[in-house]
Every structure is written in C-alpha cells, then in structure tokens.
Design a protein around this ligand. Structure first.
Ligand SMILES: [Fe+2]
Ligand SMILES: [Fe+2]
Length: 252
C-alpha cells in the first residue's frame, strides 16, 4: 500500500536516489528529530488524507508549485532551531528553551501537514527548479553573522510567511475547509514565532536599525525567490504584485 503519511516515512535519507514522491526534501532532516508533541496536525493529516481533495485541477496544479517552496522554508526553520538550541543553553538566555522547542515543534507540524498536502497534489513539472531556487535562498539565511542576526532573520521571514498564509486563506483554495484550516493554523503559529524570535534577537543585542535592514534583505530575497511561482499565486486568485508589496512592507 502506498503510504501517504510522511510522519511514518521519517527519517528519510537525504541523498537517496529513491526518495518516494510522497516525501519532499529540500534540506536534510536533523539527525535527532523529535516527535512532535502537539496533535492538531495528526488529526488534520488523517482527515485530509481520508477525504477527496475537492478543488479545481488548475488550483491543484498551482498548489503543487507553491507547496515545495513552503516546505523548503519549514525544513530550513527546523534546522535553524536545532542549531540554535545549543547557543541558547550556553548563553543562559532569558527566553525559555521551552519556547524554542515549541517553535521547533510547530515547524515540524507545518512540514508534516505540507507533506501530506503535497502528496495529494499532481506532480509539478518544475519542482526541481523550485527546490533549487528555494534551497539557494534559505541556505543563505543559514549564514547569518551572529545568533542575534539569525533570530532577526527568522522573525522577518516568519512575518512574511504570515502574509503569504493570509493571502492563501483568502484565495480560491482557502475556501476549502481543510486547506483554510491549515493555512490559518500556520499563520497563527508564525505570528507567535515572530514575536518570540524578534524579542530574542533584541535580547541578544540586535539593534532596531539592524533588524530593519535584515528585514529588507530577507523580504527582498524572499519575493525574488517567489517570483518564480508568481503565476501559481495568480492561478489561485492572489494578486502576486500585492502579495509581494505586502511582504516587502513587513506587515503581519
Ligand atoms: Fe512554519
Ligand atoms: Fe516559524
């Protein structure tokens, strides 16, 4: 039987030439991958997998191009939070490590749900190109000059993800109750990540000016990356120009 639940498929070897289509890999998973604690995504995944995807085929094709870019961001975020956990412990920061594990847990849940979503969509012809482009962007985010900059980037990026999710919620696919639930859930989680990561960045000494400057770089780079899938945003009824302008403004 073809398993469409990526949770069962983990861990998956990154360099395998035989990665099943049901699992998309942009970045190698951390060696020590915790099991997500929260259960909302388990229920969502089961419900989504068990029911037919009732959206137009052109909307499915558009989502098939958007999901890999979103998945790449989630996998990048999981790796970032695993890396930063060591810094957090050593520096005895005021922000609780519980919060960071909570964020990591959220990102794992987001990735799991997006894998389930993608598994139900038609194969995208240019998924390799989308992956390469996304990898290049997110790998660049992994090279911040300090931990403070790193968290500033995370906050700026997650605020952009909030905007993407808001637009998706109000798009042609947001009316599908399962997809609507998913993007709203991710938007809420990312909004919380923004406030935690921003506070953490300032606690570590990032200045407001540096935070703004990082925002311009992060959001400018993201819109450049997403231009590659702008037509897919348009296909689900999102005005890509408006979305990109919103991302560049940095509004939640
Ligand atoms: Fe996420
Ligand atoms: Fe996040």
């Amino acid at each position: 039987m073809n398993n469409t639940n990526p949770l069962v498929a983990w861990p998956v070897s990154h360099d395998s030439a035989h990665i099943p289509r049901t699992v998309f890999r942009c970045f190698a998973p951390p060696r020590l991958r915790p099991t997500p604690i929260r259960t909302w995504f388990t229920q969502w995944s089961e419900d989504f997998s068990a029911s037919p995807l009732v959206i137009q085929s052109r909307h499915q094709e558009a989502l098939a191009r958007l999901a890999p870019a979103l998945l790449c961001g989630e996998q990048s975020a999981i790796n970032i939070f695993q890396t930063e956990d060591g810094h957090l412990t050593r520096k005895a920061l005021s922000v609780s490590s519980m919060l960071f594990h909570g964020i990591e847990n959220d990102e794992i849940a987001h990735e799991a749900c997006l894998q389930v979503l993608r598994a139900k969509l038609p194969a995208s012809r240019d998924e390799h190109a989308i992956r390469r482009r996304s990898q290049a962007y997110f790998a660049g985010l992994g090279r911040a000059e300090s931990v403070a900059h790193h968290f500033g980037q995370v906050a700026q990026l997650d605020s952009a993800v909030c905007a993407v999710m808001w637009y998706m919620q109000h798009s042609a696919v947001g009316g599908n109750s399962m997809i609507g639930q998913l993007v709203e859930r991710i938007r809420q989680d990312e909004a919380l990540h923004v406030s935690i990561s921003r506070q953490h960045a300032f606690t570590l000494g990032l200045s407001r000016d540096d935070y703004s400057h990082l925002g311009e770089l992060v959001r400018g780079g993201l819109t450049h990356m997403l231009e590659f899938v702008a037509d897919s945003f348009e296909d689900i009824g999102i005005d890509a120009g408006l979305l990109f302008a919103r991302i560049k403004r940095g509004a939640l």
